[in-house]
Design a protein around this ligand. Structure first.
Ligand code: NAD
Length: 362
């Protein structure tokens, strides 16, 4: 199999490149990545001498380049994206550019080159928040609540349109939160672990009540491989290990793993529009034969050990300011009912008496 991976220098992408090169059926793997702040070739140092592996530095929005790199490919896995919700709140434009326009360029190059299998990596965040005990199935409507999630939902809908309009099926996976090695230390788990290793406090949003389903990245790579090779083309598959934890519970597990206590928690102002709970029904991918192989506690312990043993990987990233990305910069304007926070007294843009459909902020 000749395989193109976009975004292969990022967190999940680099783990997936390593996973795919572990498979005999991969005869060639091209990793196309723009190397934004989140892309890091150091994450792939151990595979760079593999004769099947080739790196191309480039942008997924570059149509000519995409035409060139997809030529002759049997399969394409599209990971490349802007992925940090806080950054999307600070400035959505790059999310629209890469996550919507970029995905469109990738899909269209694949269609014209008649690539046999295309897998688009999406997120459980496209569904929005759901109350316990329910979980979203693949046919539920998309109700994204952050610019990041909205941009990912845009690409999901574009993928759907390719099947209907062109008869060109693009498969989509909607994946829950991942954790593991090579995770950029602006995201919760690597930020908290590396802060604690340095004796620094960990910034917990709001009261820490938000629930996420945590999947070890190796289990996710196996899921993506299975969907790529055995999934029904054009189908959507939810992926999640079912490890639901509040952010507070997760924080206490990390504190315990690093022999620290609650005094290391610093409660910070909540993220605007912070979804309370993500939860996906994974019946479909489990019917395909996937099940997570890693126990949450062991995988978290392995992740802590990895960061402990790989300071050379994360210290330069933290020195370049990664850890300052928890929390948005200036709070964007938000309707607070009556008056906005800056006291402009502007009328509600939705009209007088408009119902408040926002999900509760925690
Ligand atoms: N990390 C998670 O928990 C999670 C959960 C669900 C879905 N996802 C999705 O999985 C994918 C990978 O996520 P991640 O956490 O590894 O992200 P990441 O931010 O770690 O990596 C993104 C990679 O894409 C590259 N990239 C960004 N813009 C590009 C462009 N215009 N052209 C080419 N390359 C570009 C970056 O250089 C980087 O290597 C994303 O599509 C994300 O939406 C992630």
């Amino acid at each position: 199999m000749r395989l193109l991976v976009t975004g292969g220098a990022g967190f999940i992408g680099s783990n997936f490149v390593r996973y795919a090169l572990g498979r005999d059926e991969v005869s060639e793997l091209v990793n196309l990545d723009a190397l934004t702040y989140a892309g890091n070739l150091a994450s792939l140092a151990d595979v760079e001498d593999d004769p099947r592996y080739h790196f191309v530095r480039g942008d997924v929005r570059d149509g000519e380049l995409l035409d060139e790199v997809v030529r002759g490919m049997d399969a394409v896995v599209h990971f490349a994206a802007e992925s940090h919700v806080d950054r999307s709140i600070d400035g959505p434009q790059s999310f629209l550019d890469t996550n919507v326009t970029g995905a469109g360029v990738v899909f269209d190059a694949c269609r014209r080159a008649e690539v046999a299998r295309v897998l688009h990596i999406s997120t459980d965040e496209v569904y929005g928040s759901i109350e316990e005990p329910d979980s979203f199935t693949e046919s539920d409507p998309l109700e994204p609540n952050s610019p990041y999630a909205a941009s990912k939902a845009g690409a999901d809908l574009l993928a759907r349109s390719y099947a209907v309009t062109y008869g060109y099926p693009i498969t989509v996976t909607r994946t829950a939160n991942n954790f593991g090695p090579f995770h950029y230390p602006e995201k919760m788990i690597p930020l908290f672990v590396t802060n604690l290793l340095d004796g620094m406090k960990v910034p917990l949003y709001g009261e820490g009540a938000n629930v996420r389903d945590w999947t070890y990245v190796e289990d996710n790579c196996a899921a993506q491989w299975l969907v790529l090779t055995e999934g029904v083309p054009g189908e959507v598959y939810n992926v999640g290990a079912g490890n639901e934890l509040t952010n507070k519970d997760l924080t206490f597990r990390l504190l315990e793993a690093l022999s620290q206590d609650a005094s290391m928690i610093e409660y910070v102002a909540d993220r605007p529009g912070h979804d309370l709970r993500y939860s996906v029904d994974t019946t479909r991918i489990r019917a395909l034969g996937w099940a997570p192989q890693h126990d949450l506690e062991e995988a978290l312990a392995a992740t802590v050990t990895w960061y402990r043993n790989h300071e050379e990987w994360w210290r330069p990233l933290k020195a370049s300011g990664a850890s300052q990305r928890r929390g948005t910069g200036e709070r964007p304007w938000r309707w607070l009912g009556g008056r906005d926070r800056r006291g402009s007294g502007l009328a509600d843009p939705r009209g007088p008496g408009a119902p408040d459909r926002r999900r509760p902020l925690v």
